[in-house]
Design a protein around this ligand. Structure first.
Ligand code: PMP
Length: 361
């Protein structure tokens, strides 16, 4: 078997042991004689798996029953709408910290429901950096503050969590969910599409404090109310069982390898190697991102010309390095180094960067 070096931004690389477990269990799962895809979500086997996935999330994030852990569908994009639909009404204000492409989409959805105060407009700095606390123009009685902890396309990441006082903080963590230990209690809500750090596309993890849940509006369609999912342990309707199964496999593997502290060390080692390589060839590689705001999940950089960037991507593919092309909206190169990207893959790509710079510089 020969696996590629996978740097896709999402869906993205998953841990090999989690995939092998699925392969082994595919045809006969838990002795049921069926796969998890073919088993009722009301079965006792599925129920145990579902609750194990929730328990693992609680353990990784160190959160108690004050928080509901939900499995939703519709991607992180659905959350852009569901959050204001549940929490924002005409005449009320929500604060949004705008740091990238995805926060812009979240803002557009929120405007359908109420007033949006852009607490920091990253466009004013070309979306090249994260704001300092002193730059946030927060509304004292906002319904909530929304932020994107990692900007998948622009390659920036928050390294300290903003202080929003008494106003609930909601974070889209889609592209850096569980990349390191965090103090989850600083957030009233965390959500993340699984397909970058923790599983396949098709399930979104939403973690909400019960006090925020209590503030959600009643007059919404059943499936678009958080309360529906929280009350029924995310099994009001048929949940995406196989996706949750894969999520469980990944979360269990993450625990096996030492949890979030070990994962953070691994992620920092990978990111530092790539950023050091960029800096070692200043006439060839350039980073558009402010140093303090660099992402450890999506590393973006430029080569001297678009022609060289196209050549870099093509030669990468020829050497089984996939997903090196920057997002189509910004161009350039992007190396995504999510939790499951092995260090050997980063060694491979940085050796390639050096050889390419020498040959083409
Ligand atoms: N937020 C962030 C930070 C993302 O990176 C993405 C997807 N790349 C989304 C939201 C949208 O996620 P989905 O495709 O699951 O709706």
């Amino acid at each position: 078997m020969s696996r590629a070096y996978n740097f896709f931004a999402g869906p993205a690389v998953l841990p090999l042991p989690a995939l092998e477990r699925a392969q082994k269990e595919l045809l006969d799962w838990e002795g049921t004689g069926t796969s998890v895809m073919e088993t009722s979500h009301r079965s006792k086997e599925y129920d145990a798996l579902h609750n194990e996935a929730i328990a693992l999330l609680r353990e990784h994030l160190n959160i108690n029953d004050d928080y509901h852990v939900m499995f939703l569908t519709g991607g992180a994009s659905m959350q852009f709408a569901m959050i204001p639909m549940n929490l924002l009404s005409q005449g009320q204000t929500a604060d949004y910290i705008h740091t990238g492409t995805w926060s812009k989409k979240a803002i557009a959805e929120a405007k359908l429901f109420g007033k949006v105060n852009v607490a920091f407009d990253g466009e004013t700095v070309g979306l090249t950096r994260i704001p300092k606390q002193s730059e946030l123009n927060l509304t004292p009685d906002a319904r909530y503050v929304h932020m994107t902890t990692n900007n998948t396309i622009k390659g920036t990441q928050f390294h300290t969590i903003p202080d929003t006082g008494k106003v609930p903080l909601i974070a889209d963590m889609s592209s850096d969910f569980l990349w390191r230990p965090i103090d989850a209690t600083k957030f009233a809500m965390i959500y993340a599409g699984a397909q970058k750090n923790v599983g396949p596309a098709g399930v979104t993890v939403a973690i909400m404090h019960k006090d925020l849940l209590a503030q959600c509006k009643e007059e919404n369609p059943t499936l678009l109310k958080y309360k529906t999912h929280a009350d029924k342990n995310s099994m009001f309707n048929t949940c995406p069982c196989f996706n949750i199964y894969m999520l469980r496999n990944v979360l269990a593997y993450m625990k096996e390898i030492g949890g979030l502290s070990a994962i953070e060390a691994h992620n920092r080692k990978k990111g530092d190697l790539i950023y050091n390589t960029i800096e070692s060839y200043p006439d060839f590689f350039s980073s558009p991102v402010d140093k303090e705001s660099r992402s450890y999940m999506n590393i973006v950089f430029r080569l001297p010309s678009e022609e060289l960037e196209a050549k870099f991507v093509a030669e990468g593919v020829a050497q089984k390095m996939l997903g090196l092309k920057g997002h189509r909206s910004v161009g350039g190169i992007r190396i995504s180094t999510y939790n499951s990207c092995p260090f050997e893959a980063v060694e491979k790509v940085t050796d390639f960067m050096k050889a390419f710079a020498k040959a083409n510089g």
